[in-house]
Design a binder for this molecule. Sequence first.
Ligand code: AMP
Length: 188
Amino acid sequence: MNNSVPDAASSTIAGTTAQDHLDRLCLTVEDFPRPGISFRDLTPVFADGPAFRAVIDDLMGPFTGQFDVVAGIEARGFLLAAAVAYATGTGVVAVRKPGKLPRPVHSESYSLEYGEASLEIHRDDVVPGTRVLILDDVLATGGTLAAATALFDSCGAEVVGCAVVLELQALQGRQTVQQYRVHAVAAA
Ligand code: AMP
């Protein structure tokens, strides 16, 4: 990870791994959104075609052929989930912040690294037995992924795993979702 200005031309070099792209393009913004938080900004990764493709391929790789639906957590997870769903021909489900979905929902509240939050899905977004892969950009304390897994458990779905672009290892979020397979493209 670095804070230098990305070099767009170098992203076209063949053989560059997802980790290489992340090392070059992921930015760390100190004291955002609150003092003391080191915010990992993946927007330059998403904005770079070869980097985004490499990250998407790595993200879904361990779960190839094992999921029927891919779920993205609002909002950056939507970008990842839509790309994986299109690449694999699966459906996509949006795990949303409160008040966005128009029909009856399952809702889960949880603690975030910097606050409290809730997530919702429509009660009928997936039928029981559906194999779901859950995606988000960053794994911090794990509360967000734990809430998302609980939502799909409420539907009777089978959570086959969770995948994130970046795991913040010091926060030990993996322990919060230790009963699930968790894949991180990179760790910091
Ligand atoms: P957590 O529930 O603590 O694992 O937090 C993960 C969620 O919060 C993800 O949706 C991230 O987008 C966001 N998040 C938490 N901490 C950070 C961070 N340091 N940098 C970027 N995003 C973060």
